[in-house]
Design a protein around this ligand. Structure first.
Ligand SMILES: Nc1ncnc2c1ncn2[C@@H]1O[C@H](COP(=O)(O)OP(=O)(O)O)[C@@H](O)[C@H]1O
Ligand SMILES: [Mg+2]
Length: 259
């Protein structure tokens, strides 16, 4: 089982889209895949057909039970999606209160990591969609994952969010045995605009080459259409440029795993 966290301390950069696109590809290749929605907005949960406002079982209950030291099975909180090979551990809007409730309680940083251990023989890939703020949920994601994907929107000011995320990573790496590997993924690239071209150039100039994805995700209106239909882009329109670029990315990322 390989666990990916998809994170950036900025909203609207393509985190949820990246999590769903990659998990859609993995599951359509018959790799058993789990999505974990850690964002209290629950956009990924709604995308997959569940209502984060009324959800009774999900990530929130996982943390509650861990805090109360109640025995539980993570598999009882996992739900099926309409796609074969793709399951989800959904988010409810109640998650927004988690930091206030449990943020100061010791031992809450490894809840997700421990819970995922019990499903490690079931899933080949796990994609964790992170909230845009640093708190107990993001800490859990970064502690649980083997690798971090950082989508960065190719527009002015995008690098600020990226720097903030890299500072967070530096801080967290102090408590890890080995530094967490990460990949910067430029998203929503529009070659007709100066802001896209210049920010992509700035990303290349400012960050280590080996940390940059070879694939750049283009801007593609098909993403919005796919999300309206609740389908990963590769299912909605496999030949769209967005789907093709995530497919190249998926091959790159999974190739790196098997070496
Ligand atoms: N490559 C892209 N091209 C066009 N629209 C995109 C692309 N990636 C994401 N979007 C759209 O941008 C919005 C924000 O993306 P989302 O993945 O929800 O960001 P985040 O999870 O980082 O907040 C969504 O409406 C999504 O459909
Ligand atoms: Mg999101």
């Amino acid at each position: 089982m390989k666990i990916w966290a998809v994170a950036n301390q900025k909203g609207g950069v393509g985190k949820t889209t990246t999590s769903i696109s990659l998990s859609g590809l993995a599951s359509s290749r018959q790799h058993k895949t789990l999505l974990v929605d850690l964002d209290p907005h629950g956009s990924m949960t709604s995308y997959m057909g569940y209502d984060p406002d009324t959800l009774k079982e999900g990530v929130y209950q996982l943390f509650q039970r861990a805090a109360n030291q109640e025995p539980f099975l993570i598999s009882s909180l996992i739900k099926k999606t309409q796609f074969e090979y793709l399951d989800i551990l959904p988010a409810s809007t109640a998650l927004a209160t988690l930091d206030r409730q449990l943020g100061t309680q010791n031992g809450m940083g490894l809840v997700l990591s421990r819970a995922l251990l019990s499903v490690q023989d079931i899933y080949e890939h796990v994609f964790i969609d992170c909230p845009p703020m640093l708190g107990i949920l993001m800490i859990n994601a970064l502690a649980a994952c083997d690798d971090l994907l950082m989508p960065v929107q190719t527009e002015f000011l995008a690098l600020k969010g990226l720097d903030r995320m890299l500072d967070t990573l530096t801080m967290l790496n102090k408590t890890r045995r080995r530094p967490l590997n990460y990949t910067i993924l430029p998203t929503m690239f529009d070659r007709r605009t100066r802001s896209s071209i210049e920010s992509l150039r700035a990303i290349h100039q400012n960050y280590p080459r080996e940390k940059l994805s070879n694939t750049v995700i283009p801007i593609d209106t098909k993403f919005r259409e796919a999300s309206r239909q609740g389908k990963p882009i590769s299912v909605y329109n496999a030949s769209s440029k967005g789907a093709v670029s995530y497919s190249v990315l998926f091959d790159d990322l999974t190739k790196a795993v098997s070496v």
